[in-house]
Every structure is written in C-alpha cells, then in structure tokens.
Design a protein around this ligand. Structure first.
Ligand code: ADP
Ligand code: ZN
Length: 817
C-alpha cells in the first residue's frame, strides 16, 4: 500500500498539497503535527499534517516529506475545525489561517533568517554536533538563511536542528528583533540621604512647618517606608498623602526627595492575584443574574451597559465562576496595546492565571502561551488578547467575552484571513460548547439586531456605577460662533470657558479630533494646486513638528516646499486641522498647563501608548489631545471635560456605517468624562447641531438611533438586512484593472443580477502605485450564502484562466464592513 499525506502549507494555496509517506510514517503521523516538506524547486516549508490517505495526486508526482517535526500534534482538532470554518466563511485558504495563527518560531521556512541570541549564555557542551556547527557559524557571520544551514550541515533535512536551537534559545528569528523589548520603568522616591538621621529629619520637619502640604508628604513617606518595607512608588506616595504632583516635584527639586527608577517586567505578572473581586451593586447583580439566566437558553448574550456602568466587574464574576470550574476563558479586546489598565485589574484578581497574548510580544512569549493553553495549564486559564488570540489552541474553553464588541478593529482587513473576531468568537465558543458574552455601551447594529430577533440573549444596564450621572452634553454651533466672531482658532468661546473652569477646579480635559497631523490639506492660494502623494491618489498631510508633508497611506514624505511647485508663488496655505494643530493652539491658550497628544505619531513603539496613558493617570498632563485611540475603554478618574473639536467630518464620511460609527465614537469619547462622583461635561462643536445623530448622542438615545439607522439599512439594502461581499481587483496598470473589473462584474451580473454594484473606483483609487477597483455583491436574507460563494469561486476560477488577467490580484472580502 502507498500512503499519502495532505498538508496545510502556510501560503495562499487553494488546495491541500499531497506528499508521499511511508507506512511507518502513516502510522505515526497525526493531524496537527508539523512536518518539513520540500516545495517548488528548492524551498523548504514547515507544514501541518492534515489527512492521511491512499490516493495519489493526479496533477503532479507526489514528493516525499523531509521529516516529522513533532511527537504529538501542536494544533488541536478543535482548532482545525475552527480554522476550517474561518477559511470557508471568509473565502481564504487554510494556509492563510495557519500563517495568522501560528507564531513564526513554529513555522520556520526557507525565507526565515536566523540570528544568534545575544542575551543568553550558552554552554557549548549542551549542543549536539550539528547544533554546534550552526552555533559556530554564527560566531563568524551575523545571520544565516535556511539554505546556508543546508550547506553547512551538508544535508537537506535540517529543520529539527534549527527548531531545537530555537527552543534552546540559541537562535532567534530575525523578524522578532525589530521590536526590541524595552523594560517598563516605574518611578520611585526616597528621602535624600542627608535627612536620614533622626536629628536632620526633625530639623527638616521644623523648616517645613510653614509648608504643611510638603510636610505631610514627608510624614506619609516615613509611615509608608516603615510599614511596607519596600520601595515606594511616586504614585503610591501621591495617593496616600493626597498631595499633587507638583508638590512632590517641588520636594524633588529641593533635593529633599530623590527619584529613582526600577525596571518591572511586564510580561511577568504584576498583580498579586489575591485581591477580592468587588461586591456588585444591585443593578450589577441583577444584570449578572440576567446574563446567567440568558445563558440557560442562548449561547450568545449581548450586554448593553452605558459607559462606566461597571460591565467589567460583571465580566470578572463570570470569569471567576469559569475559572473555579477549571474552564478556560478568553477575554477579547479590540487592541491589546491599549489595555494596560484592564490587564492590571484582572491580574489583581486572578494573578498568574492571566496570560496576555500580544502580537507585539516576541515569538518566545507567544510560543509559551500556546503551549500552556494546549496543555490546559493553570498559567493560561484566562487569556486576554486581541483578535488573533482566537486562533490559539484552547482545550477547555468555557466562556468568551468580547469587550467593546462594536469596535471596527475586530475585523481584519489585510492580509487574509479577513475575519471578524466577534463573529469568529461565537463560532469558536459553539465548537467548545461554551458561551459568548458581547459587551458594549454602543452595540453594533448587527448585534443589537440579533438581540431584537431573539437570536442572542439581551441584558441591559442603564445606570452608571454609583449612580454617577451621565455627562451633560452640549452642542456648540460653529457657524453661529464664526459669524459672531466668538472663535479663537478652532476653539469656541464656550469651549474655552469650560476648559478654564475645569482647569481651575483642578480636573483634566480630553480633546478629540479624528485627524492626525497639523492639517490634512495644503493648497496654493494662487493656483489652487495641492501637493499629492506620488504613489497614492491623496493629498499630503502637513506635519508641522517635522516640517514635512506625509502620506498616511504609504508613508511617503518630503520636506514642506517653500513655494508652490505648480506656479512657483510662495502662497502655500494649510486647510483643515489635525491633532497637531489643536495641541499647538491649546498650548497658546493655556501656556501654563501641560498638554500632550495621543495619536499614531506619538504612540509608536511597544510602550508609547502606555507612557502617555500612565502620565495622564498620574496627572502629569492636564489636557490630552487625541484621535479615536482615546475612546477605547479607558478609565480616568479626574477627567471632567471632553471636547469634540469637530463632529462634521465624522458624520460626512463616505460609508454606509458613518452615522452608526459617529454615534458610537462620540458616545464613547463622551463616556470618558465624569466617571467618579462629579458630573462630566461634553462639548461637541459642529456646523450641524440639528443633525439627528448629534441629537441622539446628546440625549443618549441609542434605541432611536438604532431604529432610524435600521430603516436606512432596509431601504438601501445594507447589513444587517443584506450581507455584503466586496471584491477588489488590483493592478499597477489602470487599463488592465478596468478591463478585468468589467469582465468580473459582467460575469457576476449573470448570476446575481441587480445585486451586483460597480465596478467602481474607491475614493482613493491608487495606493502604493496600485490601482484598486471594487465590486460589491449584496446578498438578500433568503439567498444561500454558501451557494453565493460557490458561484463566486467558479467565476474566480474562470477569471484566473484568462491569460491577460492572471497578474491582476483579486481580494475577496466577506462582511467587508
Ligand atoms: P464600564 O466597563 O461599564 O465602562 P467599569 O467596569 O470600568 O465600567 O466601571 C466603572 C468604574 O466603576 C470603574 O472605575 C470601576 O472600578 C468602578 N466599579 C464598577 N463596579 C464596581 C463595584 N461593584 N464596586 C466598586 N467599584 C466599582
Ligand atoms: Zn502615498
């Protein structure tokens, strides 16, 4: 008998690839084990064993595998079932799902570049002969490719040696080095050496008797040092003494206190894990019971709780229950980088059971979470992660929480798999017979619709925790303010008044502007020309700080020209405004206050975001200017005022979800105000104060917004009433894209008739020198989704058979919103 093995290769191949294996191998290999295989002329890949059978492939001669890399499967059957669903539903290959799911260290291949790990001491005696040869080679050259390893060892089958060296930490994959791990530094204080003696201390307290606040700080530090017997954090001292940051700073400046820094390793858990979970309020208890009740009959429940209603504490109770049952829990967040606050909170409760799965963590850390989960270890019982955490090897899942379920970043746009993590989570939970809880203050229309259709259970939490009032939202009419000359730059007199009052009371302010940079458009006032990106069809954005023009699509930049490149006059002017300009204006308006900016430009790097958040938390910043990054579930205690600089560019965004998203975004930003006992204030500046969405935001009328938006979705055949599949054709030649798109659309129309829209160029049709053209298919509720996809795949196959179109890239995007 001849045996064959179908494998999954981590590349976009439509079909499984088949290799020849021996009978002994056929008996040993199980689905989910890794095998090293040759591919093409000289490539080596790590593939996953999929199916064993006895049918030779018809189109090609099966090669033999190089060797088996695992003793036992590292990908589980449940995982594969889920991956298969993703590949089928989102119309991509299993290999693409595999690539997205597995840490690179698991799938070493020809292209992988290996380097020496400088951070560890290696005892050469622990290395086998082959391993030593590689190790030695890396003493003389900085990196090795897989083919170099092949020639050093003079054999083809080298992946086990490489894997073993990676596991021992001798080698690292080069791509992992781009994000160098930076330790997090925490600020501590101590009393200066000079005041350590009893007598000097008395003297000091004497002197400070006229500065009672400073004296209080010193006394508190003394008590803390005596009782805690460990270094005292600045934040701790401030909290305990009730002193402001500036008082502590004064003491440091006078050299009475000394600051120092200690590294804390944030991958290792920080929380003690012994903090008791909170006693729930009556409203929370009711909601918790309702969620549990709903889970008796429904596998998915939507928790709609206004901002600051205490949803997190309800999740915590549900998590606690699952952990006590020995089950695993997955806590999904839209963007893990933005969640230090939450991670800290959960670690305080659950300590070492918490594993954070972070795409920016190094390969080794991710491999560890993978192994711990697969082995059902306590160390990874609660996984907190962004969307890709869904693809991990859960073995015993009891509950998935999808926090901020309305967030767009749950959808992956590029590359494939273009999956929506909320929807894929529901499927994963079903595979494990587990439950899914979706939580949001501003649910997506789809989820709310599913709840009204009784497909999902539904629980509401209408009041804020502690009965804190919802913020007071005021709309400011910009047209009127400009007319009556009540504007200072982009600030209305009302906004300035409220800001002044808030700062006088010692509270903090958040200002929201959804564009980064200084101004999005540069235009010549003489000839009207505006500088464009050479690679994309967009105008360049002016960034004042670097005096540059930048493209936000491809990263192109140039210095800001002195004169217009078209007419030569020095009359270049900027139009519109971004976060940078707002920051600038605030600094002029409130020169004595501390202002910071949070957007993509200021938060690069692994901890850029955390640094700003923690400074704001520590009240080292008075006014924070930022983009939507500010909306993501942050809990600041001292923010009283939120200003939305301009609501109109949100509302006018060309997308069928623009209104829904505007509602969500503004409600979420507004929700950052007044989260403790003081009532927050929100000012929204707009040219359209009577816009329905703004009225609904200001009266917290979610249901009204839902009803109205659903009406539009019915009328214009959009989700959640119709489903959408978007097909994008992409090529560097404009004419070829046109021809290809016309061909494709025509074929689709023969099947789907009037439900095919386009082809159409998107607003920005050229990005990175490639032209894009879109076709949209609307799928009515009574039309089979599976049949629809079959028909598309058939058309796609014929398309690829046309010689002229072979170089045109086709991107299929299911639920492209
Ligand atoms: P949400 O996630 O709904 O916006 P949070 O869970 O962040 O709300 O809660 C808002 C604030 O109220 C947090 O600072 C939280 O610590 C506090 N809080 C919520 N529930 C309780 C409780 N039962 N006891 C004490 N504090 C609570
Ligand atoms: Zn560009």
């Amino acid at each position: 008998m001849t045996y064959f093995l179908d494998v999954i290769l981590p590349i976009p191949l439509q079909k499984a690839f088949t290799y020849h294996i021996t009978e002994a191998e056929a008996q040993f290999i199980k689905q989910g084990m890794r095998v090293a295989v040759p591919f093409g002329k000289s490539k080596i890949y790590t593939a996953l064993a999929y199916k064993i059978h006895t049918n030779p492939p018809t189109a090609y001669e099966a090669k033999t595998i190089h060797q088996i890399l695992d003793e036992a499967p590292i990908v589980t059957d449940l995982q594969l079932t889920h991956w298969q669903w993703i590949a089928g539903y989102y119309m991509c290959s299993l290999g693409e799902v595999m690539r997205a799911a597995m840490p690179n260290a698991f799938i070493i291949e020809s292209e992988t570049v290996l380097v020496r790990n400088e951070n560890i001491e290696i005892s050469e005696a622990t290395l086998k002969d082959d391993e030593f040869l590689i190790y030695e080679a890396l003493q003389y050259q900085s990196s090795l490719k897989i083919e170099d390893v092949v020639s050093i060892l003079d054999k083809k089958r080298i992946l086990p040696v490489v894997n073993s060296l990676v596991e021992k930490g001798v080698l690292q994959l080069q791509e992992e080095l781009y994000e160098k791990y930076k330790p997090k530094l925490v600020r501590y204080v101590k009393l200066h050496q000079a005041y350590k003696s009893e007598e000097k201390l008395q003297e000091l307290l004497e002197i400070l008797s006229r500065a009672p606040k400073q004296r209080e700080v010193i006394l508190t530090l003394f008590t803390l040092e005596a009782s805690e017997q460990k270094p005292i954090k600045v934040s701790e001292l401030r909290e305990r003494s009730g002193a402001s940051t500036s008082i502590i700073k004064t003491l440091v400046d006078k050299s009475i206190l000394q600051e120092y820094f200690i590294q804390t390793d944030r991958v290792q858990f920080e929380g003690e894990g012994d903090e008791q979970t909170k006693q729930l309020s009556d409203a929370q208890t009711q909601a918790l019971e309702a969620v549990k009740g709903s889970f008796d009959t429904k596998s998915v429940t939507l928790l709609h709780g206004v901002t600051s209603s205490g949803k997190t504490e309800i999740y915590v109770k549900l998590i606690e229950e699952q952990l006590n049952l020995g089950k695993q829990v997955l806590y999904l967040l839209p963007e893990i980088a933005l969640t230090t606050q939450l991670v800290q909170r959960l670690q305080d409760y659950f300590g070492e059971k918490v594993a954070v799965f972070h795409s920016r963590y190094s390969g080794n850390e991710r491999v560890e979470v993978w192994q711990n989960l697969k082995n059902n270890l306590e160390k990874a019982q609660l996984v907190i992660g962004a969307r890709s955490a869904l693809l991990l090897p859960f073995s015993n899942l009891g509950l998935i929480i999808v926090d901020e379920e309305h967030e767009q970043s749950y959808k992956q746009f590029d590359p494939a798999p273009r999956y929506h993590a909320r929807d894929a989570a529901v499927v994963l939970a079903n595979i494990h017979k587990a439950k899914t809880l979706l939580g949001s203050a501003t649910p997506s229309l789809e989820s709310y619709f599913n709840a009204t259709q009784n497909k999902y259970g539904f629980v509401e939490l209408k009041t804020r925790f502690n009965n804190v009032l919802m913020p007071d939202i005021e709309l400011v009419d910009l047209a009127d303010k400009y007319k009556r000359k009540r504007m200072n730059g982009h600030f209305s007199d009302r906004l300035i008044e409220e800001m002044t009052e808030t700062l006088d009371e010692g509270f903090q302010i958040i200002l929201f502007q959804n564009r980064r940079g200084f101004s999005p458009i540069v235009e010549c006032t003489t000839c009207g020309n505006s500088p464009q990106c050479p690679n994309c069809d967009v105008s360049l954005t002016y960034h004042q700080y670097k005096d540059q023009l930048r493209c936000h699509y491809c990263g192109y930049y140039s210095v800001m020209p002195k004169a217009c490149q078209a007419c030569g006059n020095a009359t270049l002017d900027t139009k519109g405004f971004g976060t940078e300009q707002i920051e600038e204006e605030v600094k002029t308006l409130f020169p004595e206050k501390k202002v910071a900016r949070m957007d993509l430009d200021t938060t690069r790097g692994k901890h850029g975001f955390e640094r700003i958040i923690s400074k704001f938390e520590q009240q080292e910043i008075d006014i924070l200017v930022g983009t939507q990054m500010l909306t993501k579930g942050l809990d600041f205690r001292q923010v009283k005022l939120v200003g939305i600089m301009n609501a109109d560019n949100l509302l006018n965004f060309p997308d069928f979800r623009a209104h829904e998203r505007s509602y969500q975004l503004m409600t979420q930003v507004a929700g950052r105000a007044g989260r403790t006992d003081i009532r927050g204030k929100v000012l929204i500046q707009t040219y359209n104060p009577h816009h329905n969405i703004l009225q609904q935001v200001s009266t917290n009328a979610y249901k009204e917004m839902f009803a109205e938006q659903m009406n539009d979705r019915y009328n214009f055949k959009y989700p959640p009433i119709y489903r959408l599949i978007k097909i994008t054709l992409r090529h560097k030649d404009y004419n070829r894209v046109n021809l290809a798109a016309d061909w494709y659309a025509k074929s689709l129309r023969q099947v789907f008739k009037a439900n095919v829209l386009g082809p159409e160029f998107p607003p920005i049709s050229r990005i990175r020198n490639l032209f894009n053209k879109n076709i949209l298919i609307k799928i009515p509720q009574n039309q089979s989704l599976a049949k629809t996809k079959e028909a598309i795949i058939k058309i796609d196959n014929s398309f690829n058979a046309v010689k002229d179109f072979r170089s045109v890239r086709v991107v299929l995007n299911v639920d492209n919103y």
